[in-house]
Design a protein around this ligand. Structure first.
Ligand SMILES: Cc1cc2nc3c(=O)[nH]c(=O)nc-3n(C[C@H](O)[C@H](O)[C@H](O)COP(=O)(O)OP(=O)(O)OC[C@H]3O[C@@H](n4cnc5c(N)ncnc54)[C@H](O)[C@@H]3O)c2cc1C
Length: 331
């Protein structure tokens, strides 16, 4: 067993041989940022101060400059027979439920657009999934195929488990959802997972960026945002949702309640579209003022997230104030 010291908090935890730094922290009850756990999304980017690490997964979301500066992904590395000192954001102050495995059944399947399906799931009687709005679950279908999907409803919905699934051409799970799935199918869920949930919001300007089904966890967050006490209320809430065509904006604008500055945008809208034709990140930066009071929550394609992060940070946003969930493909 080796030890890891979280340099920024002084917390110390143990790591087993071959275990990822992230899993070692989670096992010790220390919540570090994470999402995909396969080295692809970059949510668990951390910094190595001392010690040697060994690669478990290729860190595809880090640039060579970041690797040279000592950045690493906590999901992708274990210790190389040495104690480690690292810097990583500690979210333990936001308690979350440990992931659990449940059987579930498909309750309903409804097309929200040509290529987005709303999947409603039902847990066995008496079982309830406890989660923070914004988190995702892993779903396993017959045959063992597993993919991650964000929960599209907040806990204030009374436990409705709803997913928004986009069809990916040639995708294995997409083929199941869009060609084979039917009400009553038995599936397995493992969750809640990830750390895409609201941090403190009191007095802050919240900027949500979404592409496609990236709106699903943001919709859940907005639903639960109505529950926060008056003292903790954000100063403002803006939602920038982008797609290529009109059908990509598959939720009615009435979903975005009064008090939310809702800004839909299309990159390839047809002649009937009289709204903006900008990427969400560009539109948000055009509208915004100083970034010191802003917290950005971005979800959807990794292309949008990488570009948005770069642009917001270059414009003065602190990197830790850009929270994201990238819908990266599985292996
Ligand atoms: C944390 C997390 C949350 C997610 N939440 C959602 C969600 O709420 N809704 C949702 O629709 N999806 C979500 N995804 C994506 C989802 O898990 C699957 O990756 C997606 O449904 C494709 O699976 P598939 O089996 O159909 O395709 P696969 O068989 O895995 O892939 C088929 C081909 O398509 C490519 N591909 C796969 N996914 C994408 C993509 N997103 N963009 C471009 N190319 C792709 C692959 O590289 C491969 O070449 C999430 C992913 C993560 C990591």
């Amino acid at each position: 067993m080796n030890k890891i010291t979280l340099f920024n908090t002084g917390k110390v935890f143990e790591i087993r041989s071959g275990q990822s730094v992230l899993d070692a922290a989670l096992d010790a009850g220390i919540l570090l940022e994470y999402a995909c756990k396969t080295g692809r999304c970059g949510s668990c980017k951390s910094r190595l101060i001392s010690g040697k690490t060994k690669l478990l997964y290729e860190e595809t979301s880090l640039t060579s400059a970041e690797l040279d500066e000592g950045w690493f992904l906590s999901c992708s590395r274990t210790s190389f027979d040495a104690d480690l000192e690292i810097i990583a954001e500690d979210l333990s102050g936001y308690p979350i439920q440990k992931p659990q495995i449940f059987p579930c059944k498909i309750d309903d399947l409804t097309y929200l657009s040509n290529d987005v399906l709303r999947v409603s799931l039902r847990l066995p009687t008496g079982k309830k999934l406890s989660y923070r709005a914004g988190q995702h679950i892993d779903i396993t279908a017959a045959g063992g195929l597993t993919r991650s999907y964000s929960l599209a409803r907040g806990i204030s919905s009374g436990g409705a488990l709803e997913l928004h699934v986009r069809k990916v051409g040639g995708g294995l799970m997409s083929n199941y959802w869009f060609s084979e799935a039917k009400s009553g199918d038995l599936l397995r869920i493992n969750g809640p997972k990830g750390t895409f949930f609201l941090r403190d919001v009191g007095g802050l300007d919240l900027v949500f960026l979404a592409t496609g089904t990236g709106i699903a966890p943001i919709r859940a967050i907005l639903e639960d945002l109505n529950r926060v006490g008056e003292l903790e209320k954000p100063a403002s809430v803006s939602v920038y949702w982008g797609g290529r065509r009109l059908q990509d904006l598959y939720l009615d604008k009435s979903e975005f309640k009064e008090g939310v500055n809702y800004c839909p945008t299309l990159s390839r809208g047809d002649a009937s579209w009289d709204g903006p034709r900008e990427y969400v990140q560009n539109l948000a930066l055009m509208h915004g003022g100083p970034l010191s009071n802003v917290r950005v929550y971005a979800c959807g394609s990794s292309t949008m997230i990488e570009d948005a992060r770069l642009r917001f940070v270059n414009a003065g946003l602190k990197p830790e104030h850009f929270i994201f969930d990238a819908f990266v493909p599985s292996f």
